[in-house]
Design a protein around this ligand. Structure first.
Ligand code: OGA
Ligand code: MN
Length: 340
């Protein structure tokens, strides 16, 4: 399910010259070079001017994943930049208790493996079990209302000994590669996204049943499977949080969902970013990509990565409304009855 592991390969670069200066984009491996770009030339020491933000958003819309090296950003400037990209940032739900939070910043999720006392997160901790879900291909916060638009993951401190990677898959090119008959079948499907589903897939014992406060924090949300990406191309919106397809049994749903995830994560749609140093940052669009982390291991050195997440403020941010879902289920039921 999540066995693919590709090294980052640079296959050249282009220079994008705009009136705001030169952005050198080292394009990362993929067959048409339209997914993932390493962007140089941004001055992270100062607030990012609005016109540069606009240019970056344009690049983001095209490449879906932008990588910036050695930015020197701190928490405050990381958050400030994320706030330039949307109306609201996601607030960390502090699943593990505010008192255990090392960063202490509600706009940042601590995605690393360091406890508050500086020790490394270890098996047996709920947080260790929770982090296992990040190894499955996923899109951030598809289970929240509003869902996430962008994620900006920034590394701090020393690089992990032995290396560290994050892997990305292009769901737009994956959709385009499907046969038309498959596209037609998928067009109107609605998917329920549930954080506790992916936690259970990754850690069946620990997350057999989420704790009552966990369940209350994040009830499931429904979204259309086939969506339109910012540049107008169609894309598949699904990943490990995708639990049920409305009108399908859980078993049928999971079969189709994982067939599609496997399709999207074939090597030709995937590249892997290597984290080289503190200050490296990757900014991805959850609406048109999937990603996954490398497994955390018991002997891994400290990995300090923090994520700011920009809420979707577009028309599909809240997913399919309850009324639409009810209608959808009724239509499915009626068509099932008629098939009988
Ligand atoms: C995340 C995430 C991957 C990683 O921050 O949402 O999935 O490599 N991170 O830590
Ligand atoms: Mn993630």
């Amino acid at each position: 399910m999540c066995k693919r592991f590709l090294d980052t390969v640079h296959i050249g670069g282009v220079t994008i010259i705009s009136k705001f200066g030169k952005f050198r984009c080292g394009l990362l491996v993929n067959s048409d070079s339209s997914f993932g770009a390493e962007v140089h030339g941004v001055d992270w020491l100062r607030p990012i001017p609005k016109d540069v933000v606009r240019e970056l958003v344009r690049l983001q819309g095209r490449y879906a994943v932008l990588i910036f090296r050695n930015t020197g950003l701190d928490n405050a400037r990381h958050i400030a930049f994320a706030q330039q990209l949307g109306k609201d940032l996601e607030i960390n739900p502090f699943f593990f208790g505010r008192e255990n939070d090392r960063i202490g910043e509600p706009f940042l999720w601590d995605v690393g493996n360091i406890n508050r006392d500086g020790t490394i997160v270890a098996p047996g901790q709920r947080r260790w079990e929770h982090s296992k879900g990040n190894m499955l291909w996923h899109t951030d916060s598809s289970f929240l209302r509003p869902r996430a638009k962008y994620s900006l993951l920034l590394s701090h401190g020393n690089p992990v000994k032995g290396g560290s990677w994050t892997h990305f898959a292009d769901t737009r090119r994956a959709y385009a590669a499907l046969p038309q008959s498959r596209k037609d079948e998928l067009e109107n499907l609605v998917v329920e996204h549930d954080l506790w589903h992916s936690r259970k897939l990754a850690a069946p014992e620990a997350f057999k049943e989420p704790l009552p406060h966990e369940k209350k924090l994040v009830p499931p949300v429904c979204h259309k499977l086939v969506q339109t990406a910012p540049d107008g191309r169609k894309t598949l919106y699904l990943a490990a949080h995708a639990k049920r397809i409305l009108g399908f049994s859980l078993e049928e749903s999971q079969k189709l969902i994982w067939e599609l995830i496997d399709h999207c994560t074939q090597p030709q749609f995937v590249f892997s970013m290597e984290w080289l140093q503190g200050g490296d940052m990757v900014w991805w669009d959850n609406r048109q990509s999937m990603h996954r982390a490398n497994p955390y291991t018991e002997n891994m050195t400290a990995r300090d990565v923090r994520r700011a997440t920009v809420n979707d403020d577009g028309p599909f941010a809240l997913g399919v409304s309850e009324d639409d879902v009810t209608i959808h289920i009724q239509v499915e039921r009626i068509s099932t009855i008629f098939r009988l």
